[in-house]
Ligand binder design. Structure first.
Ligand code: NDP
Length: 287
């Protein structure tokens, strides 16, 4: 089912999105501030729009993937007269507040607005493993899902446009927490003359195994019960964690990535929760 789709923004990600739409057989119009970035897509059958307004007018579905919301406002802002009746899908990284504000702005000008968060890097787009979060009006999502599925598995989170960026950033926070731990681990291994490549498979195995613990913690958090059937209590963990800091210092490795967890452990134990499970630290972070 061939549709007309416009893509505004042809950085690494926008180019991958436009590519996936072409591969799915859609009629793709592309626009980018630096026009030459459209050349490879035009060679594959995309139509170049000379202006952002031309790109918007060309299709009922307009996908936007720019650096940030400021650039989106800069690019779309002058073209409020051509937005009515179209669906804007903004896959630019931003905050839930920015998404809600942009949804209200789009509604003022008669456009449907879906916000999205891409949980993949450009080479993964259109391949197994890629998924994209969406939020906004369910009717717009349902109407366009068959086209959006070209990017990866589509996950609809609800009407509040802020939900996609909230979950996007929550997932990115999970990733950066893992990256932070692994980078610290590489520095420790290197301090003893070890190689990152030799250590990586062990780190991967341990992180993959422990990743499953997220679901165990989730059940405790939703139940608000952190004291039942505890196998690794916080008092024990706080004692062991002191060794993490001492080890880094002995090795001459910066402690900046690992100190925050230590302060949370110490505070929670001091507050009388030393018999509880790791999941209980969430109580220190707010609702
Ligand atoms: P790039 O840096 O490759 O591209 C940035 C794009 O934004 C370019 O098209 C650039 O145009 C455009 N741009 C920046 N400022 C302006 C402006 N003021 N006016 C007009 N256009 C502007 O970034 P990516 O493509 O990688 O990322 C795009 C979005 O996708 C970001 O929000 C990013 O967080 C998100 N994303 C990226 C992922 C990745 O791994 N790459 C993963 C998931 C999400 P020009 O070519 O003219 O400079």
């Amino acid at each position: 089912n061939r549709k007309a789709v416009s893509v505004l923004g042809l950085g690494d990600m926008g180019t991958a999105l436009a590519d996936a739409l072409l591969a799915a057989g859609h009629r793709v119009t592309v626009w980018n501030r630096t026009a030459a970035k459209a050349d490879p897509l035009v060679a594959k059958g995309a139509t170049r729009a000379d202006t952002a307004a031309d790109a918007i007018v060309a299709s009922p579905l307009v996908v936007v993937c720019l650096l940030g919301y400021d650039s989106v406002s800069e690019v779309l802002g002058p073209h409020t007269d051509v937005l009515a009746g179209r669906t804007l899908v903004n896959l630019t990284n931003g905050t839930p507040g920015q998404a809600r504000e942009m949804a209200a702005w789009a509604a003022e000008h008669g456009a449907d607005y879906l916000d999205g968060g891409i949980m993949a890097v450009p080479p993964m787009i259109g391949k197994p493993g890629a998924f994209v979060l969406y939020s906004g009006p369910s009717g717009a999502f349902e109407a366009w899902q068959p086209v959006l599925d070209a990017f990866g598995e589509s996950h609809y989170l609800g009407e509040d446009p802020g939900l996609a960026p909230l979950h996007d950033i929550a997932l990115l926070n999970s990733m950066y927490g893992m990256f932070g731990g692994v980078l610290h681990a590489f520095a420790l291994v290197r301090s003893a003359g070890g190689s990152a490549a030799e250590f990586a498979p062990m780190a991967r195995r341990y992180v993959d195994t422990m990743g499953a613990y997220a679901e165990v913690m989730a059940a405790r958090i939703d139940a608000g019960d952190y004291a039942d059937d505890v196998t690794s209590n916080l008092a024990m963990q706080a004692a062991a964690y002191a060794n993490f800091l001492d080890t880094a210092e002995e090795a001459g490795v910066s402690t900046e990535l690992i100190t925050p967890i230590h302060s949370l452990l110490q505070r929670r134990v001091a507050d009388g929760h030393g018999h509880e499970d790791t999941a209980s630290l969430v109580e220190l972070l707010g609702k």
